[in-house]
Structures are given as structure tokens and as C-alpha cells.
Write a protein that binds this ligand. Structure first.
Ligand code: SMG
Ligand code: MG
Length: 369
């Protein structure tokens, strides 16, 4: 495959409502898009890195620099031998920077699949043509406001609710949502590393609420802490931030640090590593689900394809476009009976809308091959 140009484009998109987690509030997304041009096709992907290094150590300005100065030169060195499957190996010498690596691999894979006419879902091995959608609900100012938001999402058809929690916003919101919406509601929580093992007794008080899982309660490096916590609470422990590779997943499972995994292609260096995590987890009988990083239609299309693999057995943070953006960069993803359809066209199967793109673009740079 011969790449002619890689464009880095910075766009800025307001969220329809602020999203608050235990590490901060986001009102607008700044996103680096990677646009790959080959002789016969083009590919698009979006980088999950945020403005501040709070979810992980990566951040958008650093990511642009790493992509331009450290990753792209290694791809250029491959010449015509470059394929999406060779990206991971070519970039392996660079430590970390999973999100920066992921966006390059995804854009190249999109171009490669568009050249060959294959869809992301077909390539990755999706076995479903639509996937169940959950929604991640941020920390709010009051329980009333939370209940109103959850009620709206359920009315729209979302099949599972995830509540963001932190010390001071955990038992009360969970109890209120469980009492209002009943025992049938699929409900889970995400702490984004806000607790320590010393909070185990407190977290055990979530046990009676029959949660599907508690996501990343402790620090991202604290696998042993998660394993200890998992023995002290009955809510299943799911890891997000801790898992940056299939090797991490194997270690966490072996240690008993998690019994469920949130798979985010961006966090683990790309869709190919995400599929390896899916496979490792499946081999151990550990279910996975597809996480989200507030993606636009570009990233969402590929995430939904991944979520079509057989061991993605829980609803993902794969919500409809209007959960995030008034105007998406692609035709909007819409809920159909609580599901999103897996695109079937070549590559991600979605087209970037040129007028919208022009409107939200803040800067761009070309790297010629
Ligand atoms: O894409 O719907 C989405 C957001 C899902 O809660 C979500 N993501 O830790 O899982 C997570 C968070 C990380 C992103 S917060 C900016
Ligand atoms: Mg999470």
C-alpha cells in the first residue's frame, strides 16, 4: 500500500451537555483527525486523546507531536511494505502512546479496506449486524437532575445505564436510580480510578443494588488492589484504564483483578490489539464490552463494528450521535430499538461530511510521504 499524504486536522465540537467524571468536566471536544490518502483511496480516524492528560497520560498536543515526529517517520521507513497489519510492529519501539498509535493504524486500515472493498465489521469478524447501546451518564449537581436525565435516555431506548461515580456521588445516585427504575434496569458504575483499596468496605455497600459491574474503581496500575477488592465485594470488577494491551488483559485476568473488560481500541493501540483482547478474554470466559471516548461518527462506526464480535456480550458505551453532538461529522448514528446498526460499506462505511468538517476545523497540516 502506498501512502501519498497524511493530514492531521484539529477540529472542535461542542458537546450537547457537559460531561462530568471523577477527573473533570468536558463541555467541548477538541479532536485530532488523521486523514490518510493513497493513490486509490482515503482513510479517516480520530484520536481519543483529550486536551488534558487526566483520563490517561496522553493529551492532544502531545499526541500530534508524537504522531508527526516519532510515529509517522517509522511508517515512512516501511515504504510500499506498509499495511495496517504492519503498523503495530513498526511502532512498537516507541513506548506507550497507545492513542496516537491507534489513530494511525485505524486510518490506514480504513484506507486499506476501502481499497479492497471490505467493511471493518467483515474484516474484524463481526457476527452481528446491530449492537445493543448503553449510555454513560455523567456526575450531576443533584439526584433530581440525574433521574431526569436517566429517564430521558431510557425513553430514547438505551438498554443499559452507566453512572459515573466518585466519593460523595456513589451510593445515593445508585440507590435513587435503582429505586426509581426498578430491578430489571441494566445498571453499572464507572469510578475512573477515584477510590483506593481502603474504600473496599464502602464500595461493598453497592452490592445490594445488583450492578452489572463496577468499572475501574482503583488506580490504573493497581492490579493487585483490584484483585483484593474483587474478593471483598460481590459486584463484578471491570477494568478500563488498567488494560492497554492483550498482555495486560491476560495478566489482569490471571490475577483475578477483573471478571469483565471494557475494550476501547484507542486505549489499547488500535483495533487489531482490541481484537486480540477480545480473543484472550473469550479464551478465559471473560465477557467484554466496547467502551467509548465521546467519538464522532468516524470513531463510532469502527467501534460499532468491533462491538459486533461474538464476545462483546454486554451493551457498550456506543450511544447515538445525538447523545454527544448536535451535528456529527458523519450521517448520524441513530438508535433503532436500543441498537446501533453495524455499517456494511467499505472501510468504516461512513463518509465525513465536507461542509461540517470545514466548519469545525481549527487547523491542519500535511505530511507528504
Ligand atoms: O463515549 O459514551 C462515551 C463516553 C463513555 O464514560 C465514557 N467514557 O472511562 O469509560 C470511561 C469514559 C472515558 C471518557 S471521559 C472523557
Ligand atoms: Mg471507564
Amino acid at each position: 500500500m502506498r501512502i501519498e499524504n497524511i493530514e492531521l486536522r484539529r477540529v472542535s465540537l461542542p458537546l450537547v451537555r457537559p460531561f462530568r467524571t471523577s477527573f473533570g468536566t468536558i463541555t467541548e471536544r477538541q479532536i485530532s483527525l488523521v486523514h490518510v490518502s493513497t493513490a486509490g483511496a482515503e482513510g479517516w480516524a480520530e484520536c481519543a486523546a483529550e486536551v488534558r492528560p487526566l483520563y490517561s497520560s496522553e493529551f492532544i498536543d502531545g499526541s500530534d507531536l508524537v504522531i508527526r515526529d516519532h510515529l509517522i517517520p517509522r511508517l515512512q521507513a516501511l515504504g510500499d511494505a506498509l499495511t495496517a497489519e504492519r503498523v503495530g510492529g513498526a511502532l512498537a519501539a516507541v513506548k506507550g502512546h497507545q492513542m496516537s498509535k491507534a489513530v494511525l493504524e485505524a486510518a490506514i486500515l480504513d484506507a486499506q479496506l476501502r481499497e479492497s472493498g471490505q467493511s471493518f465489521g467483515g474484516y474484524l469478524g463481526a457476527v452481528h449486524d446491530r449492537v445493543p447501546a448503553g449510555v454513560s451518564v455523567g456526575i450531576m449537581d443533584s439526584i433530581e437532575e440525574l433521574l431526569t436525565n436517566v429517564e430521558e435516555y431510557l425513553a430514547q431506548g438505551y438498554l443499559r445505564i452507566k453512572l459515573k461515580i466518585e466519593p460523595g456521588w456513589d451510593l445515593a445516585p445508585v440507590r435513587a436510580v435503582r429505586e426509581r427504575f426498578g430491578p430489571e434496569l441494566l445498571l453499572q458504575v464507572d469510578a475512573n480510578t477515584a477510590y483506593t483499596l481502603a474504600d473496599a468496605r464502602h464500595l461493598a455497600r453497592l452490592d445490594p443494588f445488583d450492578l452489572l459491574l463496577i468499572e475501574q474503581p482503583l488506580g490504573e496500575r493497581d492490579l493487585l488492589g483490584h484483585a483484593a477488592l474483587a474478593r471483598l465485594i460481590s459486584t463484578p470488577v471491570c477494568l478500563d484504564e488498567s488494560i492497554e494491551s492483550a498482555q495486560d488483559a491476560a495478566a489482569a485476568i490471571s490475577l483475578g483483578a477483573c471478571s469483565i473488560i471494557n475494550v476501547k481500541p484507542s486505549r489499547v493501540g488500535g483495533y487489531l490489539e482490541a481484537r486480540r483482547i477480545h480473543d484472550v478474554a473469550a479464551a478465559h470466559g471473560v465477557p467484554v464490552w466496547c467502551g467509548g471516548m465521546l467519538e464522532t461518527g468516524i470513531g463510532r462506526a469502527a467501534n460499532v463494528a468491533l462491538a459486533g464480535l461474538p464476545n462483546f456480550v454486554l451493551p457498550g458505551d456506543t450511544s447515538a450521535s445525538d447523545r454527544y453532538y448536535a451535528q456529527d461529522l458523519t450521517a448520524p448514528f441513530v438508535l433503532e430499538n436500543g441498537h446501533l446498526r453495524v455499517p456494511t460499506g467499505p472501510g468504516t462505511g461512513v463518509a465525513v461530511l465536507p461542509d461540517v468538517l470545514a466548519e469545525v476545523t481549527r487547523s491542519r497540516q500535511d505530511i507528504r510521504f
